[in-house]
Design a protein around this ligand. Structure first.
Ligand SMILES: Nc1ncnc2c1ncn2[C@@H]1O[C@H](COP(=O)(O)OP(=O)(O)O)[C@@H](O)[C@H]1O
Ligand SMILES: [Mg+2]
Length: 242
């Protein structure tokens, strides 16, 4: 089994969209997958058609004193997700101030999920905080999502990344000369740069508007083909070899 954390090198890189898209692509290849939304923003669920008014989720359950397992939902056979759940402003602050309380429970919860799912995908919010550090530490591998722009390029030089990070390029537009150059530079200079790219594709934006994972919304678009290739790469390179 594999616990894979996806985190953007910056916000908006596409970590949440790729978590849903990868879950769908792996599931199409016959894998049992669960995704977990580890951001209080509670957006991952929207890729899995959850009604916007539904408050269910692991963080909501923690505040209500309910078992976290009850927050899991099934999107398709072998494809489950755990939303964060809706919290009010005070609850959000409580969560931000005392992340350790929740990170300790996740260490146990991941161990329980490992008994049931060969693939556990963690959608981790961008940023280096006690919460994100604790969540990344639970993963076997971290997929650091980069987009080919100056912002990410600077961050790649200024920030440190967990030793088990792999860089995945998203929102690549090969028509842009600047992006071609950054792509070449990263291929040649970044250790652990995954030799596959996910293109910038209108279908990715539309998929969220349609509340579906990318591959379900438009299976043969460029980005979905890229995701399927990446899922196959993940089966070979990321699955724990037992
Ligand atoms: N490859 C892509 N092509 C086009 N739009 C994308 C792509 N990846 C992500 N997006 C869009 O970018 C926005 C931010 O994506 P999101 O997954 O929420 O980022 P993050 O979780 O890293 O903050 C969303 O509106 C999403 O539809
Ligand atoms: Mg996100």
């Amino acid at each position: 089994m594999a616990v894979i954390a996806l985190q953007g090198v910056r916000g908006g890189a596409g970590a949440t969209s790729l978590t849903a898209a990868l879950a769908w692509a792996l599931n199409r290849l016959g894998e049992q997958v669960i995704t977990v939304d580890l951001s209080a923003d509670n957006l991952l669920r929207m890729h899995f058609n959850m009604p916007v008014g539904q408050s269910r989720g692991w963080l909501r359950a923690a505040f209500d004193g309910l078992p976290w397992q009850q927050s899991a939902l099934r999107y398709a056979p072998g494809l489950d997700f755990i939303p964060a759940g809706r919290v009010n402003d005070d609850e959000r602050m409580t969560f931000i101030r005392d992340p350790e309380r929740y990170s300790r429970s996740w260490a146990t919860q991941i161990a329980e999920l490992k008994k049931l799912y060969p693939w556990i995908l963690l959608d981790v919010p961008a940023g280096d905080t006690p919460w994100t550090r604790a969540m990344l530490a639970l993963a076997d591998r971290v997929l650091a999502i980069v987009v080919p722009d100056a912002n990410c390029h600077i961050r790649l030089h200024q920030q440190t990344f967990p030793h088990n990070s792999l860089f995945l390029l998203n929102q690549f537009s090969p028509v842009s000369k600047a992006q071609q150059d950054l792509h070449q530079l990263w291929v040649n200079s970044l250790r652990n740069f995954i030799p596959l790219t996910i293109h910038r594709d209108e279908a990715m934006a539309e998929a969220l508007l349609n509340k579906q994972p990318l591959g379900e919304y438009r299976p043969h678009c460029l980005a979905a083909e890229g995701m399927t290739t990446f899922a196959n790469w993940a089966l070979i390179n990321l699955r724990e070899k037992s």
